[in-house]
Design a protein around this ligand. Structure first.
Ligand code: FMN
Length: 194
């Protein structure tokens, strides 16, 4: 079991950041991030998440028109913005990812809606694994759904089977730009044991 300090870093003291310190995020840490998050479970090991890390000024400018006004400045200032996307044709990797059942691909090619829901559900889970991995590596996160998905898809994924899910700024957060922490539901409000 992890110790209390790890729980603080990953959960209790981890915040959604709005301001960023001028400290770069090297490519190596993005690779380490993926090397951790990829182990989180997905149904049939389908692993539909695809992540486009937007780092350069040019790439940020391409993202800018799709951002809501509330999210624009902080995203332009973040060292890296991850476009957490999912691949609607994730099933093409199943012969590799689920090698003990070579019929798995057909479960999804035969029903587009099942494939879509599977991609969204598991791609979202993988986005959460990404944030947990980022925090474990000492990074801060700023997840956002305030953007135009269709614009992002047209700009970055035209002609591909990828769809954007959410954005996540990554870097080292400036604690002076945090909002006050909002409460969470209690166990009794959110859970039941039958
Ligand atoms: C999927 C998702 C979408 C979000 N979208 C936005 C957004 O568009 N803009 C924003 O400022 N915050 C956004 N947030 C941040 C949440 O409001 C924030 O994570 C929540 O209030 C908890 O804050 P805390 O982590 O500091 O406790 C989003 C968070 C998630 C997980």
């Amino acid at each position: 079991m992890l110790d209390n300090r790890a729980f603080d870093i990953i959960f209790r003291e981890a915040r959604t950041h709005n301001g960023w310190l001028p400290k770069p995020v090297p490519d190596d840490i993005l690779r380490e991030l993926h090397d951790l998050m990829k182990w989180g479970p997905t149904s049939a090991n389908c692993s539909p998440a695809r992540i486009l890390f937007i780092r350069t000024k040019e790439a940020k400018e391409r993202l800018k028109p799709a951002l809501s006004s509330a999210n624009r400045d902080k995203t332009m200032a973040a060292p890296v913005t991850a476009i957490v996307a999912y691949d609607l044709k994730f099933y093409d990797f199943l012969p590799k990812l689920f090698p003990h059942n070579q019929t798995a691909r057909s479960w999804f090619t035969s029903d587009e809606e099942v494939a879509r829901i599977t991609a969204i559900r598991n791609g979202t889970l993988q986005g959460a694994y990404m944030m947990i991995a980022a925090r474990a590596l000492g990074l801060d996160c700023g997840p956002m759904s305030g953007f135009d998905n269709a614009k992002v898809d047209a700009e970055f994924f035209a002609g591909q089977s990828l769809k954007s899910n959410f954005l996540c700024n990554l870097g080292y957060g400036d604690p002076s730009k945090l909002f006050n922490r909002s409460p969470r539901l209690s166990f009794d409000e959110a859970c039941k044991i039958l």
